[in-house]
Design a binder for this molecule. Structure first.
Ligand SMILES: [Zn+2]
Length: 119
């Protein structure tokens, strides 16, 4: 018989999967946004100068789209576990920074990461 999974951890796992899926979507859009004009330029045979020809006055919008999806995608991918802990907070006493269980520890700082504890 397997040990039943804590409903809180199950909920946090679902949130984590959603966050990671969204991060992946953002990264795919970012890679596509960055790669498309480069591939088109090569196809047109005019080198990277044709990016300006392709996008004209929308060049800033293209660059904004690429960076605007790349940066949040990378942040979400790197910190998805932290976001999941933040979105689905623990009922038991645990460090809000690293998730380490505090138990009876009454100190000001987490023994695992040194983060400030709120009792
Ligand atoms: Zn900690």
């Amino acid at each position: 018989m397997t040990h039943p999974i804590d409903p809180l951890l199950r909920r946090r796992h679902v949130v984590l999967m959603i966050l990671r899926s969204f991060a992946l979507l953002l990264l795919v859009i970012a890679v596509y946004s960055l790669a498309y004009p480069i591939v088109r330029s090569v196809q047109m045979g005019q080198g990277l100068n044709s990016i300006g020809v392709l996008y004209g006055s929308n060049l800033h919008a293209w660059f904004g789209m690429a960076v605007g999806t790349l940066v949040p995608g990378v942040i979400l991918a790197l910190f998805s576990q932290w976001f999941a802990r933040w979105i689905v907070p623990g009922i038991r006493e645990e460090c809000t920074h690293c998730g380490h269980e505090i138990g009876d520890h009454a100190g000001e700082r987490c023994t695992e990461c040194g983060g400030r504890l709120r009792h």
